[in-house]
Ligand binder design. Structure first.
Ligand code: AOS
Ligand code: ZN
Ligand code: ZN
Ligand code: ZN
Length: 425
């Protein structure tokens, strides 16, 4: 944990410049009839989960180039997320990956979470790797496998994940299925879907009533001819078949180039089936780059759709689980996560600023240019001071990355943990 003095001292140094920017923005928004504190309060309430596997360098099947000080176990991963949350006050939960994060002592983990002001977000199952001494291999699939003994093993693993989640008060199971085929003819495409449907149904039946199952889709990788759950339509149909607590999870990197993701988001919210989000940045595919780093306008348009759905009382979509799913090789992982959360909050803030009454009016009257300009105007508004102020008001840093650097946090983690490399991708 950081001493609060460090953050306060950091904020004092930045306060004058921050206030200057905030005053400008307050006046600007006031002229548009927007109360700045209402927006700031919404930003404060927005929390993004950190995945345990993003705390180390990774995201590559080639070489990893760690800088040291990476968390060596679940306890240290929780400590890292605790640091992130102390700095930005917007990352109050951690997502676990089983078996990488099996809790050895659930009570001790719960206490540590509490001390760090954190909770467990989702529990993620892993049937994309064989574990040591596993009786059957997932080489040719898991929940969709042609042999029932392999499917049963994968089903049991997911049920075990639910058990770990229950111990730590999680309420979400996320299933990302790597199943698919590499060559035409390898797999019976309809059969693989039906077996997956039945396997997911069995897992769902083992889930407590107040849990959610999130089903993630991905068009390719690790398989390159077919994936069993390649797109939102497949996820959606599985959810429809399985039950009301099954929801689609959208990972921003899991689309073919130029897909209109905002429209997918809108559709799923309209159907009440959008359950969760994996934030990252994408140039080509599942690149897992920093959120907002490559296509910020597209990211804004996605958030615009999300906020529109969240604010519309006629939309019956459950609250969403927000998580970052990124991991790469060249930045300090904690700095990268702080940067991603900041991009998420800034974009959320901008989406909150959209004049929805004027937008609907422009749409109704087919004023194409005005509708577009309403969006462009908010996208081009610099909303960073709103996010900084939200953080400051609840004891976080005005500039979390600058605070992380000036407090030499990575240096002290290296000193404590040595040249450690985290488990994960
Ligand atoms: C994989 O591509 C998916 O994005 C998963 O959500 C996630 O990255 C994986 O479960 C991490 O192991
Ligand atoms: Zn993902
Ligand atoms: Zn992915
Ligand atoms: Zn990814």
């Amino acid at each position: 944990m950081l001493s609060n003095d460090i953050i306060q001292h950091h904020n004092e140094k930045l306060q004058a410049e921050h206030q200057f920017k905030l005053t400008y923005l307050t006046e600007l928004l006031d002229r548009k009839g927007i109360d700045i504190q209402t927006i700031i309060d919404k930003i404060k309430a927005f929390q993004v989960a950190i995945p345990s596997w993003a705390l180390g360098t990774g995201g590559t099947r080639f070489g990893r180039f760690p800088n040291g000080g990476e968390p060596r176990n679940l306890e240290e991963k929780i400590e890292d997320v605790g640091l992130i949350h102390q700095l930005n006050r917007s990352s109050n939960s951690i997502s676990l990956h089983i078996p990488w994060d099996i809790p050895s002592d659930a009570n001790a983990i719960k206490q540590l979470l509490k001390a760090n002001d954190l909770t467990i977000d989702s529990v993620n199952s892993n049937t994309f790797q064989d574990q040591k001494d596993q009786p059957y291999s997932y080489k040719f699939g898991s929940l969709s496998h042609s042999k029932s003994e392999v499917r049963d093993l994968a089903i049991q693993h997911n049920i075990q994940c639910i058990e770990y989640g229950k111990m730590l008060d999680s309420k979400v199971l996320t299933v990302w299925l790597a199943d698919g085929s590499n060559f035409p003819g390898q797999s019976h495409l309809r059969g693989a879907y039906q077996r997956t449907n039945d396997s997911l149904s069995s897992i769902y039946k083992s889930m407590p009533d107040d849990w959610t199952m999130l089903i993630e889709y991905k068009p390719y990788e690790p398989h390159f001819y077919s994936m069993v759950i390649p797109d939102w339509g497949t996820s959606y149909s599985l959810c429809q078949n399985i039950g009301k607590n099954a929801q689609v999870l959208v990972d921003l990197g899991h689309h073919l180039p130029n897909t209109n993701i905002e429209q997918i988001v809108g559709r799923l919210m309209h159907f009440g089936r959008l359950g969760g989000f994996h934030f990252n940045g994408s140039m080509y595919g599942d690149d897992d780059l920093t959120t907002g780093s490559i296509k910020p306008y597209q990211f804004f348009l996605i958030f615009n759709e999300l906020v529109d759905g969240m604010q519309d009382p006629s939309v019956k979509n459950p609250p969403l689980a927000w998580m970052i799913d990124a991991s790469h090789n060249t930045k300090d992982p904690i700095e990268d996560l702080l940067q991603s959360v900041n991009a998420i909050l800034t974009t959320y803030a901008k989406a909150l600023l959209v004049d929805r009454v004027a937008l609907v009016d422009a749409q109704e009257n087919n004023d194409v240019l005005r509708a577009e300009e309403l969006l462009r105007d908010t996208f081009l508004t610099d909303a960073r001071a709103l996010v900084a102020e939200a953080s400051r008001q609840v004891g976080g840093a005005i500039d979390p990355i600058a605070a992380f650097r000036s407090a030499k946090i990575r240096e002290s983690l290296v000193e404590k943990r040595g040249f450690s490399v985290a488990t994960g991708l």
